[in-house]
Design a protein around this ligand. Structure first.
Ligand SMILES: [Fe+2]
Length: 254
């Protein structure tokens, strides 16, 4: 199974006159074109899709994602607005029409996908409250032998000097780790939020953070040529080779 991951595009409205508006749109557009060439099974989008959670920004986001040829699975980040995202993507049956959270499972592929909503309106930091804990525990308990990949915006661990105490309540990050540890079918976890590429063993599984797709927001890569090239991730999961991830840097002009 081949999974493309994009994250933290922070798209601005078409009418914005900020230079970043066109730059970020270009980054996403180029990645979408390249993803269509790679033909993954799915695309997962790990949040901060837009900058201010505004409907005008989601309208622009929809335009930019429309050319995708493969199924797209969105989760919110702290920059997103759940209601605006629901409204803009009301054709996505996996986004519940009501309720506090935009989390769900995807059962159509060899790897089961579990999307976790770590956001709370108005809060920059991640949340994984007891209600979410109960939901994840139940979902993972239902199919204990099926390889499962989690995706969530906020990584529930510190990342160097850049991202410390990323959850409002550290005990909630610990609870998430405890649940994942109890379910060894979780083969990996995909995150965004820090705009910085990081991988580590966490909760007995491989947690991978991809950098921001937007070159003006990316951290940790300072080669000037690389700065001009948007990045997304390709994750290959197979019985033969396990969980192999590739950072795909999209060439200029594609
Ligand atoms: Fe972000």
């Amino acid at each position: 199974m081949l999974i493309a991951q994009i994250s933290d595009s922070h798209i601005l409205a078409s009418a914005s006159d900020l230079p970043a508006a066109q730059l970020r749109a270009d980054c996403l557009q180029r990645c979408v074109a390249d993803i269509n060439q790679q033909l993954p099974d799915v695309v997962v989008f790990t949040g901060d899709t837009v900058q201010h959670g505004q409907s005008e920004e989601y309208a622009r986001l929809r335009e930019l994602l429309a050319p995708l040829h493969v199924p797209l699975y969105l989760i919110p980040g702290n920059r997103d607005d759940n209601e605006a995202m629901r409204s803009a993507f009301n054709d996505k049956a996996y986004l519940a029409e009501s309720g506090d959270f935009l989390h769900y499972t995807v059962e159509d592929y060899p790897i089961r996908l579990v999307a976790l909503d770590s956001t709370l309106s108005g809060e920059r930091k991640g949340r994984f409250c007891p209600e979410r804990q109960a939901w994840l525990n139940q979902v993972l308990s239902e199919q204990p032998n099926r390889p499962t990949l989690l995706f969530i915006h906020h990584p529930p661990f510190d990342v160097g000097d850049h991202y410390i105490d990323g959850y409002r309540r550290p005990e909630e990050a610990t609870a998430l780790s405890d649940i994942v540890t109890r379910h060894p079918q979780v083969v990996g976890m995909l995150c965004g939020h820090v705009h910085w590429p990081v991988e580590r063993l966490w909760g007995g599984t491989s947690a991978r953070i991809m950098p921001s797709i937007a070159v003006d927001l990316r951290k940790g890569i300072d080669e000037s040529e690389a700065l001009q090239r948007p990045i997304y991730m390709l994750h290959r999961l197979s019985n033969e080779n396990g969980f192999v991830s590739e950072a795909r840097m999209v060439a200029a002009g594609t």
